[in-house]
Design a protein. Structure first.
Ligand code: NAD
Ligand code: MG
Length: 396
């Protein structure tokens, strides 16, 4: 029996994870559920999954959570605050942790799970973008494992030789791997010109053609920053240099990514665009379990298309490659600036195209520094956010 902590249980990945867990009560049990501040959604999940611990990150909501759980007849332990989320990730209530909090807010709990030697199922890409080497070092020292849940990285993991476990570097060259090819749907605005993107609203940006996701990652998919973050994530997970990572736009989202070998072979992982496949793979690895995903009917698929990304219109992808090449803490600066810019866009305070401008300006203001430890990284994250907010204020 696997005891699973689902961090960010009320989100899109959290919901898909709990769906897979509920299909296999003989194998998996959700023992810890955490949420930011949506008490109602967390209580509903607790009623259904009966965890041993429920944590609400916003400490002001603890009393309400406890009251509502009692009223619903759920008698689990209740905790609150960000430190409680982090403690839950390392607690002996779980042996597997699904890191599905969005943004840098997930870093502390992801690191805590890694240090505690948990089997870490990583959806929270921002934490590996920010702290790649530190996180992988924590996984190796903790003695656990990191299994990627992001669909592209899960696909790469499935197509790579078995010695290419995340963090076990440098295995790619020994395995005869020449190139990692990340597929991108292109987002809702694929094919549009910059002029056509001037008046994009948050609602339009959040309407992804193939995936239903949280609002932040939906905007990242629309700007292609999501693919940029994923390039950095792939670099850290598998030890691939920037030049050995390519992005190809594949609008159908049926091929989730590919690995090219020295002999010319290209291995791809295919499946319907449903995150439960990657989540089930990560939960059960190295075994396989049913995920509730409809079988892929190739004869019913539209012809598979491939095209190069438009880096001039979707500048965020180019900026992510730039940050990866700069190295050090540049990816953390990129991520922090992007989080602030996306927040402003979602609040109606920043035009869609200006997200890239804010990220570019913050990167220019804060040249890359070497990553020393988590504390200095978090300080850099804070400084980058402050710079982004100042640039936003001056622009408005
Ligand atoms: P979401 O917005 O739907 O859910 C986010 C979850 O995190 C919620 O449970 C929320 O309560 C919690 N949360 C938010 N801010 C928090 C904070 N400050 N402290 C504690 N908890 C907080 O997001 P999502 O789409 O499920 O994405 C989650 C992560 O997974 C992101 O990093 C995203 O990039 C990644 N991811 C998502 C998908 C997808 O299909 N949705 C695919 C690949 C990777
Ligand atoms: Mg992805």
């Amino acid at each position: 029996m696997n005891n699973v902590a689902v961090l960010g249980a009320t989100g899109s990945i959290g919901g898909s994870t709990l769906d897979v867990i509920a299909r296999h009560p003989d194998r998996f049990r959700a023992t810890v559920l955490t949420a930011h501040r949506n008490v109602e959604a967390l209580v509903a999940l607790c009623v259904q999954h009966r965890p041993q611990l429920a944590v609400i990150a916003d400490a002001a909501m603890q009393a309400e959570l406890a009251r509502r759980l009692r009223a619903a007849g759920v008698h689990c332990e209740v905790a609150s605050g960000h430190a409680a989320v982090t403690a839950a990730a390392a607690s002996n209530l779980c042996d597997t942790v699904v890191a599905a909090i969005v943004g840098a807010a997930g870093l502390a709990s992801t690191l805590a799970a890694a240090r505690a030697g948990k089997r870490l199922l990583l959806a929270n890409k921002e934490s590996i973008v920010m702290a790649g080497p530190l996180l992988l070092d924590a996984v190796n020292r903790g003695g656990g494992a990191l299994i990627p849940v992001d669909s592209e990285h899960n696909a790469l993991f499935q197509c790579l030789p078995p010695q290419c476990l995340p963090g076990q570097q440098p295995a790619l060259r020994k395995g005869g791997v020449r190139r990692l090819i990340l597929t991108a749907s292109g987002g809702p605005f694929r094919g549009r010109t910059r002029a056509q993107l001037a008046d994009i609203t948050p609602e339009q940006a959040c309407k992804h053609p193939n995936w239903v996701m949280g609002r932040k990652i939906s905007v990242d998919s629309a700007t292609l920053m999501n693919k940029g973050l994923e390039v950095i994530e792939a670099h850290h997970l598998f030890g691939a240099p920037a030049d050995a990572i390519d992005v190809v736009v594949h609008p159908q989202s049926l091929i989730h990514s590919m690995v090219e070998y020295d002999d010319g072979s290209v291995l791809a992982q295919l499946g319907n665009p449903d995150m439960r496949t990657a989540i089930a793979h990560a939960l059960a690895w190295p075994e396989r379990v049913e995920a509730g995903v409809a079988p892929l009917d190739l004869t019913a698929c539209a012809p598979l298309q491939f095209e190069p990304p438009d880096l001039l219109t979707f500048r965020c992808l180019a900026l992510a490659f730039q940050a990866l090449r700069e190295g050090g803490d540049a990816p953390a600066v990129l991520n922090a600036a992007n989080e602030i810019a996306v927040e402003a866009f979602l609040a109606g305070a920043l035009p869609f195209l200006s997200i890239a401008d804010v990220v570019e300006a913050v990167l220019a203001e804060l040249p890359a520094q070497a990553v020393v430890d988590v504390e200095s990284l978090c300080e850099r994250d804070r400084v980058a956010r402050e710079a982004a907010r100042r640039i936003l204020r001056n622009a408005c």
